[in-house]
Design a protein around this ligand. Structure first.
Ligand code: ARG
Length: 463
């Protein structure tokens, strides 16, 4: 181990030649995994405390190691620590520095563990914290959407299916759909915790260790729930990375759908919303342009999240148990997705804080395309006790007639309606009012103004 002093790897007695320079360069993960230093020091501290408790190391050795680890932590925090590419990763780097600080006793820190479980415990600790960070970003976004919805309960707009006008709704109801999506995203990260809370530390390289260690002790110390059950599975398992990347991908999918809708609504063709200057960019040739680049960025980034998820899935496919170098890239993928999803959620909020609603255009569009036809069909069933299909047919004929006469439904005369069904009278005209239409959708989860108010209350209670 003293070979450590001359910058040689711990295996240099066994492997006499230096690694190929090219491989040493690409094989080192220090530039990526150095961000795990806090978790590494925390886990090593818990590990040596356990080794001491189990009388595997002496109190003096334990104290020396903990002192050294604290010093290293300070050095890193103060940016006085040199992350040398020659140490393959953060774990070897910290161990090497420990040798410099406390000498030979540093060699006890790696008793009854391997880098395989060390990497995993650090990574899982990081992911638990990072999932909480993402949840916080999601929560702030949910709160902002609720605030916007509260101000727009009576802002009537069309809903769409196939991007054709469907039925009148409220802008509040529309964007509250994103609260539901984001709430599911949040729950996904919370669910993942069940699996993240299994402590891998102590499985060592692959089959466990002959030392009489106490995995329950480190489990408690590091706030895990229980130790993992099979050492071979533990060092092979990256399901938790897939869960994380998948959850981020689904969240980004929701963000991309939001981005796409806002791009459409902000277009000159739709003109339902207007992005403020803070979130648009100009064109280098067309002076009049204000482009929704921020939203396009969000939509595009989704591809990267999926890419990271698919990279991980592909790395794992057909990989025999247990640890292989292939797995080293798991951290880079998770770190990239984590950084980017936080930024995406922040940008989404930036957009939500910087747009105007064209209420007039929303109403105008909600009144276009016979959006209240379904209201009439439902009325006919309820009032005249016709089967729904018959009511649907009558309404279709009425829409055809209105189209022929180039009229809106509420512009048809009673006589014109009676040609199609004698029972139709002036009472039906009120059905064609878009606000009445929204009001009438009282079924649970529907768009009525009263429902929206109740849902907002509920969301606020949970937020
Ligand atoms: N840097 C490596 C990784 O993150 C450490 C794993 C070491 N294990 C090994 N058997 N080489 O995957």
């Amino acid at each position: 181990m003293s070979k450590n002093k001359n910058n040689k790897p711990v295996w240099s007695t066994r492997i006499k030649k230096n690694s190929s320079t090219l491989f040493a360069k690409v094989g080192s993960s220090i530039n990526v995994d150095k961000r795990l230093y806090r978790q590494d020091i925390k886990a090593s501290t818990a590990h040596v405390e356990m080794l001491f408790k189990k009388k595997i190391i002496s109190i003096q050795v334990k104290n020396k190691i903990i002192w050294g680890l604290k010093k290293i932590s300070n050095e890193i925090n103060k940016k006085k620590f040199i992350f040398n590419n020659k140490s393959e990763d953060i774990h070897m780097s910290i161990e090497k520095r420990l040798f410099e600080l406390i000498g030979e006793d540093a060699g006890f820190v790696h008793t009854a563990r391997s880098r395989n479980d060390q990497v995993l415990v650090d990574f899982k600790l990081w992911m638990i914290e990072s999932s909480d960070d993402i949840i916080k970003e999601i929560d702030s976004t949910i709160k902002l959407i609720i605030k916007i919805a509260e101000k727009n309960i009576y802002t009537v707009m069309p809903s769409f299916t196939h991007l054709k006008n469907a039925q009148p709704t409220s802008f509040a109801h529309y964007i509250l759909a994103y609260v539901e999506m984001l709430t599911r995203d949040k729950k996904r990260f919370l669910d993942n915790k069940q699996r993240l809370l299994e402590n891998p530390l102590g499985v060592a390289a692959v089959v466990g260790t002959s030392f009489d260690i106490d995995r329950e002790y480190t489990t408690k110390k590091l706030k895990f729930k229980n130790p993992t059950g099979n050492s071979i599975d533990t060092v092979s398992d990256r399901d938790f990375v897939l869960d994380f990347l998948y959850s981020i991908s689904v969240c980004s999918n929701h963000i991309s759908r939001f981005a796409e809708e806002f791009i459409l609504w902000n277009s000159d063709a739709f003109d339902l919303i207007k992005l403020k200057d803070k979130v648009v960019t100009g064109s280098s040739i067309m002076p009049q342009k204000k482009n929704p680049d921020t939203l396009e960025y969000l939509r595009g980034k989704t591809g990267h999240f999926y890419g990271n998820l698919f990279s991980m899935l592909t790395i794992l496919k057909g990989l025999p148990l247990s640890y292989f170098k292939d797995l080293q890239d798991d951290k880079e993928l998770a770190f990239k997705s984590y950084d980017q999803i936080k930024i995406s959620l922040q940008i989404m909020r930036e957009v939500l804080n910087n747009f105007l609603i064209n209420k007039k255009k929303m109403i105008q569009l909600a009144e276009t395309g016979y959006t209240t036809a379904t209201d009439l069909a439902e009325y006919i069933v309820q009032k005249y006790k016709y089967p729904f299909r018959k009511a649907y047919l009558i309404t279709s004929k009425l829409v055809n007639l209105a189209e022929e006469k180039d009229k809106k439904l509420n512009q048809l005369t009673v006589n014109e309606m009676k040609i199609i069904d004698k029972k139709l009278n002036e009472d039906v005209l009120k059905l064609f009012n878009i606000e009445n239409s929204v009001k009438s959708k009282k079924s649970y989860g529907g768009t009525s103004f009263e429902n929206i108010k109740k849902m907002i209350k509920k969301y606020k209670k949970n937020a």
